[in-house]
Ligand binder design. Structure first.
Ligand code: TRP
Length: 335
């Protein structure tokens, strides 16, 4: 990764440590990251500073942040193959954000869809961070001269703003930043809520039965699938008027690496009840190694801290190169 003479592109992504990593996050994103670390220079971090834009209970927040870190490792993100760290451990993120702030207009950040949505949702706490969120995200991305950012639809607007900021800065001060592109990975499965199969499975859904955590124990996983909302009728097939069964088929197909048609054939003539149990058991079995690795790691604070420290050091040394250049470009004194 530190070897910038190779031709590999740099990929970067962050995740906010809120709620729990779900089956949906895993199949839609984390699994792709695992593949990316083989083909790209990969930078992955826990976006803990971003999470502070909403009020958090400190002790719980700290634990969730550690959990996310341990779960990433348990999922197969390999600190030998990627750079993995906590955003707050690399001060260059916040420092670059300030300089980018001075090159971003209030009109740009205040018209972001997510800012408007979150302002409506947290009307009693429309803090500066909430509006500045996308500028910190721009700093995250631009610090590492990132080529590709895997983003879901909800973050596309933020990536567009990052590109605008990078292009503007480059025009104003001379070539400084790589202008990043969105990376749409190969068709990740879109996993929906088990309680409302028309909505995406969300890691912060307050309904415990709506999502499955990748570290839920076997009994919990099977129980949640047993309770999954299904549709009228009794046929196990993918169809527009069957969002519940379609979601379960998609999950099973992704977990078992089987085509949807194969899954439909496998369950011909079976009832919803036994199908739901089969999906739950398959998911529980697939995540057993992740669950076990997580429980071992989370008890080993020494190892977690060593990995996090090493990740932050490697990240900081790359980030510092960009930051030094930026400071020079804008005319800050350096001796
Ligand atoms: N805003 C992203 C999300 O909520 C998380 C994030 C923070 C991120 N910084 C990033 C994603 C940089 C990609 C690149 O999903």
């Amino acid at each position: 990764m530190e070897n910038t003479t190779d031709n590999k592109k740099t990929v970067l992504s962050g995740i906010q440590p809120t709620g729990t990593i779900t089956l949906g996050n895993y199949l839609g994103a984390v699994q792709n990251w695992q593949r990316m670390q083989e083909d790209f220079n990969s930078v992955f971090f826990i976006a803990d500073l971003h999470a502070l834009t909403v009020r958090r209970e400190p002790a719980e927040f700290r634990q969730t942040s550690l959990d996310f870190f341990a779960q990433y490792l348990a999922c197969g993100l390999d600190p030998e193959k990627c750079i993995l760290y906590f955003q707050s451990h690399v001060r260059q993120h916040a420092e670059l954000q300030w300089i980018l702030n001075c090159n971003t207009y209030v009109g740009e950040t205040s018209r972001m869809t997510q800012f408007k949505d979150k302002s409506a949702k947290h009307a009693d706490n429309i803090n500066m961070g909430l509006m500045d969120y996308p500028v910190l995200m721009a700093a995250d991305i631009l610090l590492y001269q990132t080529d590709l950012v895997p983003v879901g639809i909800d973050q596309k607007q933020h990536l567009e703003l990052t590109r605008d900021i990078a292009i503007r800065f480059n025009n104003r001060y001379g070539e400084t930043f790589t202008v990043p592109e969105a990376y749409i990975p190969k068709e990740g499965a879109k996993i929906c809520s088990l309680q409302d199969p028309t909505a995406k499975m969300s890691k912060s859904d307050p309904d415990q039965n709506a999502s499955v955590s990748i570290v839920d124990d076997e009994a919990t996983i099977v129980r949640k699938f047993k309770r999954a909302v299904t549709d009228s009728g009794n046929e196990i097939c993918v169809r527009e008027d069957k969002p519940g069964i379609t979601n379960l088929i998609n999950i099973y197909s992704a977990i078992e690496h089987k085509a949807v048609s194969e899954v439909e054939t496998e369950f011909v003539g079976q009832g919803y009840g036994s199908f739901k149990i089969a999906v739950g058991e398959a998911v529980a079995a697939a995540f057993k190694p992740v669950r076990e690795a997580y429980h071992t790691l989370i008890k080993d604070k020494g190892q977690l801290s060593a990995i996090a420290k090493n990740g932050a050091e490697r990240a900081a040394s790359l980030a510092e190169k960009t930051l030094r250049k930026v400071k020079k470009r804008v005319g800050l004194v350096a001796f």
